[in-house]
Design a protein around this ligand. Structure first.
Ligand code: ACO
Length: 170
């Protein structure tokens, strides 16, 4: 098993693997243009888990531009999507993918926090975010999803990661 940065190359094989993994695991799906835009704009933030050449998990993330949102003026990362194929779950892959992306958000972009949305009924993902990674619920967004389900808007401060990076680089 290998966990590495998603790469953008002419065959876009990583992105197709990520998209295939997403289609198997989640009802929120995206066009190839969307995957490509994220990988090319924030190439340091998306990671894949690969087993013998097959993408078995991914995290797709971005940086929110504070200039575009007066209500949230701090630079922050946002996890668009994460999933791991069913037969590869509970091996710690999602935790590792999230930690790598969070570390890159803090060290490269100095993101003050990371945010995400998760379905209120998604017990596995909520346990990952809250119990394993330390996220907190910032608010509940009513009828956020296309089928009317509410989303938990969750956040994790990255300030400690930024401070640790500063100490290490001195
Ligand atoms: N039930 C309860 N807790 C769980 C579960 C579960 N089924 N799965 C993970 N956790 C929690 C546990 O605390 C676990 O630690 P432990 O195994 O030591 O008890 C911790 O999360 C870390 O688990 P990982 O092994 O790293 O998680 P995994 O690789 O299995 O992936 C994921 C978790 C991504 C939620 C997976 O179940 C999945 O792909 N689900 C379908 C897609 C999905 O729901 N994605 C998230 C949508 S929200 C978004 O994308 C922003």
């Amino acid at each position: 098993m290998n966990i590495r940065l998603a790469k953008v190359n002419p065959t876009v094989e990583d992105l197709m693997g990520m998209q295939a993994c997403n289609l198997q695991n989640l009802p929120e799906n995206y066009t190839m243009k969307f995957w490509m835009y994220h990988a090319m704009t924030w190439p340091q933030l998306s990671f894949v888990a690969e087993d013998r050449g097959r993408i078995v998990g991914y995290v797709l993330a971005k940086i929110e531009d504070p200039a575009e949102d007066d209500k949230e003026p701090e630079i922050h990362g946002h996890v668009n999507s994460i999933s791991v194929l069913r037969s590869y779950r509970r091996l710690g892959l999602a935790k590792k993918l999230m930690l790598l992306s969070q570390e890159a958000m803090a060290s490269i972009y100095k993101a003050e926090y990371v945010s995400l949305h998760v379905r209120q009924s998604n017990k596995a993902a909520i346990a990952l975010y809250r119990d394993t990674l330390g996220f907190e619920v910032a608010k509940v967004e009513k009828k956020y999803y296309g089928d009317g389900e509410d989303a938990l808007s969750m956040r994790l401060s990255l300030i400690l990661v930024i401070i640790q990076d500063c100490i290490i680089s001195k």
